[in-house]
Design a protein around this ligand. Sequence first.
Ligand code: AMP
Ligand code: MG
Length: 492
Amino acid sequence: MKKLSELVFNNTYSALPKSFGTFIKPQPLDDPFLVSVNNRVSQMLELDPAQAHTQYFVDLFTGNDEHPAMAPLAMKYTGHQFGQYNPDLGDGRGLLMGEVLTSSGQKWDIHLKGSGLTPYSRQGDGRAVLRSSIREYLASAAMAGLGIKTTHALAVLSSNTPVFRETIERGATLIRVAESHLRFGHFEYLFYTQRHAELKQLADYLITHHFPDIDTQQDRTSRYSQMFSKIVSLTAEMIADWQAVGFAHGVMNTDNMSVLGLTFDYGPYGFLDDYEPDFICNHSDYSGRYAFNQQPSIALWNLSALGYALTPLLNKEQLDLALEQYQPILQQAYSRNMRNKLGLKKKLEEDTPLFSAMFDILKAQAVDYSRFFRTLSSIPHRELKTSSYLFENLLNDTAPLEVWLAMYSQRLKKESLADDDRLDLMRSSNPKFILRNYLAQQAIELAEKGDFSMIDQLLTVLQHPFEEHPEFDAFAKRPPEWGKKLEISCSS
Ligand code: AMP
Ligand code: MG
């Protein structure tokens, strides 16, 4: 484990042409302090977690000190926001600080969110508040714990610098760690500004650093087709994971889409409490463009926008061929995820009505999505038909569920998996703990009073959400009514 000063950097992005971004230093926050550090992320970087408790760490990541091997840079990108092209985007309040190289050769971007004004800040203040930084910090850990590809968050720091939102809040920073911060919008920027040579350069950069199995010696058409196909399939896999776990991103603009299929940029996201397919977590999303059940089609829309930006590299047939893979990959991955949730190894024709009947019940009675599956994961086959009483606190009327449980029990007879193994599979596919909005809210309210203990407690369960953690049973309860109605806007 290394000290902060001993980290090795290899800043590949900042070696790209000038048009890719602007070198600029973070602006200092006043009286900074550490809120929380994620030891797992620290270990990924081979950074001694104790380093986060040093003054140097706090100063470095609040703009009050420098690291000789970091070269802070605001990345330029553009993107489609709510369907409209916006040419003025870019890191408006974040900086790519540098790329850490670990002893195994893994490269990690260190990005500082909330670091102050950049040339791409537009009307913004370049800042992030404690509330939104905690939300991103916890969500990154929750997604990683669920086994869903995501950016990570090393730490949250805060300060006495006032930041004005609906009220006066504390300025904070989040240290984001990811294999890459390349977004769909990076390609869109180079396309719409007609920088076609640089567009090709960015594609080659992505292939070299992130898709090493693509042979760079082959002709450009096959190289870039493979690159785009990979982005399509990584995106489809990510969406399949979101839909199965009940995660709504909330702002799927193309500048928030990672070319590596990482869940990227946590704003007004939400995990489903009750099963409500048209759930809109973002209260600024008036049309429901980014509703939970729209995510699969929006991701395809975004991929098409990316494909359009790649037209200088690929022709329409090649793009269409890659885009046509989206639906089947998504369907296959989603079906695998959902079968795991029900402990089914085999894929049978009759599973479609089994799943639709289940979703009908979940929807009609607004059943708590995660608790339904977790409860089901505890019931031995021989007890299934008489187990509807276990769901009494989740449903008003258990009669339809009784019919379904009988159907499910019949279906299980066609499996060769031992019942204990089925239950193991289900318990490792159905989390006991998800990051419910009201839990994040409680942790934030305490943190705003200077008590960070709940953040660390949530981190413990969210990093291992499939384990029991009986001492934290309270975090696995159904949310109180007020907790389901929290309004999360884009303001962050
Ligand atoms: P987001 O909605 O967080 O994905 O941000 C969209 C764009 O707005 C990005 O270019 C951000 O960098 C920029 N942005 C968001 N908040 C701020 C802020 N407070 N100050 C400056 N730029 C911001
Ligand atoms: Mg963003």
